[in-house]
Design a binder for this molecule. Structure first.
Ligand SMILES: C[S@@+](CC[C@H](N)C(=O)[O-])C[C@H]1O[C@@H](n2cnc3c(N)ncnc32)[C@H](O)[C@@H]1O
Length: 214
């Protein structure tokens, strides 16, 4: 199947920035306490529901996959960027990392206990989110948990550079309320939404949504 243009741009861009992304972006241990608390809550919910495999979708260099592993989850990572996956495999050889698209997972129906997508869903065009969340619903077991974290807002951003390199991806921003609607339409019950302003002159927010496969 031909790779969609938006995904090719994500792949090429993150292949280019991978090493500097790892150098410049704070690891999970250094994240703000609220984000860490949301990830810890997600891990506890998955464990309480009987565990099961957890996919870290758009896992980048795998640090959050390893963080989930250290929280007692059976976590694996998927990313479209081969360079990101190479870094993840090098750092965490005991964990499983796969190159692939989160919109077409090589995962059996209803087989996962949880999905984390941390700062990765915003590269999917808004009109393709119903199909993406449908794929998440397909692979999650009934009662399985989803944690989405990332920027929310309105419109599209096309940065020309990031992490010290040229990039060609787009960030498609969607308001939290619209994400809730789309998740509910895909078969999720959204249990928690959290929105934190980023900075005075930035009209984006950071948001976390916890949802359960109905
Ligand atoms: C900003 S990075 C976040 C990485 C990691 N989640 C973290 O927080 O450190 C976004 C990652 O999502 C990946 N990504 C974006 N869209 C994707 C898709 N449709 N399928 C697979 N990976 C995707 C990119 O390649 C990139 O590694």
């Amino acid at each position: 199947m031909t790779e969609p243009a938006h995904l090719a741009a994500v792949r090429v861009s993150y292949d280019t920035v991978a090493a500097d992304y790892l150098r410049l972006v704070v690891p999970p241990e250094g994240m703000d306490p609220v984000s860490r608390a949301m990830i810890a809550a997600f891990a506890e919910l998955v464990r309480e529901s009987g565990g099961g495999e957890v996919a870290d979708l758009g896992c980048g260099p795998g640090r959050i996959t390893a963080y989930l592993h250290n929280l007692g989850l059976s976590a694996f990572g998927v990313d479209v960027s081969g360079e990101m996956i190479a870094l993840a495999r090098r750092a965490y050889p005991e964990l499983r990392f796969t190159v692939g698209s989160m919109g077409a997972l090589e995962v059996a129906d209803g087989s996962l206990g949880g999905i984390l997508a941390w700062y990765s869903v915003h590269h999917t065009p808004a009109d393709q989110l119903p199909a993406l969340f449908g794929e998440f619903a397909r692979v999650l077991a009934p009662g399985g948990h989803l944690l989405l974290g990332g920027h929310v807002g309105e419109g599209e951003r096309r940065p020309t550079a990031a992490y010290g390199h040229p990039v060609s991806y787009t960030s498609y921003l969607v308001p939290v309320g619209r994400l809730v609607e789309l998740l509910e339409q895909a078969g999720f019950t959204v249990t928690t939404t959290l929105e934190q302003p980023i900075a005075q002159r930035d009209d984006r927010s950071h948001a976390c949504l916890l949802a359960r496969r109905s």
